[in-house]
Design a protein around this ligand. Structure first.
Ligand code: KG4
Ligand code: ZN
Length: 336
């Protein structure tokens, strides 16, 4: 079964063809990151205009790449309907509906977070249920228990900033640029975690909180406890040291709480998903500290892409979940 996936929830215009929910035949992504970097963050109006410019060429490239794939050989279309930016989502959903109508193909709407989880089905090993998935992206930090396909129980979520959002804000505080996650990771490679930063453990709950560590970083910078000058003789932590300290504080909480939940629910596997899952320290520490097998998609499948949407679409179609041409966007869609 060959599914065309379309993803336009934020600032990546993406289309992909995936076979049987596991084999990627094509995976095209047009990133707008350089455009939004000028503004230090995503500008929703600019994002939707860029999607309009990029979507048709990206779909055409995704369809042209795999040998033997034609409109006639497709079995369905999967498209992200939310959560995300309304104007951005509308571009993908309307293109998906037009293609479904023109080629008489079944259509299914996908929750972007569900799509992130299904990136794990695109790796060489297949996940085993029950499992716990940590979804860490720019908008979400959710700990999800999955007992089967499409069966989600959200055990915990962030009470304030998402992990990716915290990385983005910390990078801004340290003047490291946008997007913050990769910038913090790179700076941290040249630093040591010498700045003391707090961790919010929220004992007795599987929830997260990252606003405290971000505020502590801000106070340290404002209070002159981080050297922002290039003075080699300063004994204060450098921005690289502060980046390493921030990264360790966030990853420590994510890893410790995920492993604890996995043990409590006696799951077979831990999965990672979302843009922050491409963080090298998170991947390394989770594998090192978990007695339970960990599955992590390759970095390009952690950040936004359409292969994960197509993979998820396959399981929707298998379960008979199809949508009509009245399919609409749901910008604040929840996983459960
Ligand atoms: O899943 P994603 O591509 O888009 C959303 O659905 O939000 O995640 C984007 C987020 C951004 O906040 C970005 O800073 C973060 O993922 N991110 C990272 C890394 N790469 C991307 N955070 C930490 N380390 C990384 N290497
Ligand atoms: Zn995402």
């Amino acid at each position: 079964m060959k599914i065309l996936g379309i993803e336009t929830s934020c600032d990546e215009t993406a289309a992909a063809v995936v076979e049987d929910g596991v084999r990627i035949l094509s995976n095209q992504i047009a990133s707008q990151v350089e455009i939004h970097a000028r503004y230090g963050g995503i500008v929703p109006e600019v994002a939707s205009r860029q999607h309009i410019l990029a979507i048709i060429p990206i779909v055409e490239q995704a369809m042209a790449e795999p040998p033997g794939v034609s409109w006639d050989s497709l079995d369905g279309i999967a498209v992200t309907i939310g959560p995300g930016l309304a104007g951005s989502l509308l571009v993908g959903v309307n293109v998906a509906k037009s293609i479904a109508l023109a080629h008489n193909l079944p259509l299914t709407g996908i929750n972007h977070l569900e799509g992130h989880i299904y990136a794990n089905w695109l790796s060489n090993c297949q996940p085993d249920f029950p499992l716990i998935c940590l979804i860490v992206s720019g908008g979400h930090s959710d700990l999800v228990l999955m007992k089967g396909h499409g069966d989600y129980v959200v055990l915990g979520r962030t009470r304030d900033d998402a992990a990716g959002e915290a990385f983005d804000k910390a990078a801004r505080i340290l003047g490291l640029g946008y997007p913050g996650g990769p910038a913090i990771q790179e700076a941290a490679q040249n630093g040591t975690a010498s700045l003391k930063l707090p961790r919010a453990w929220l004992k007795g709950s599987h929830d997260f909180s990252f606003s405290g560590v971000k505020t502590a970083l801000l106070r340290s910078v404002e209070g002159g406890m981080v050297s922002l000058s290039t003075n080699q003789n300063s004994r204060l932590p450098t921005p690289s040291d502060a980046a390493a300290s921030f990264q360790e504080a966030v990853i420590d909480v994510l890893v410790t709480k995920t492993v604890a939940a996995a043990k409590e629910y006696r799951v077979e596997q831990i999965l990672l998903a979302g843009g922050v899952a491409s963080n090298k320290l998170l991947r390394h520490w989770l594998v090192e500290n978990s007695p339970i097998p960990v599955l992590v998609p390759e970095p390009v499948l952690c950040t936004d892409n359409a292969a994960m949407i197509a993979a998820c679409g396959y399981y929707h179609f298998q379960a008979g979940k199809t949508d009509g041409l009245d399919l609409d966007v749901v910008p604040s869609l929840k996983l459960t």
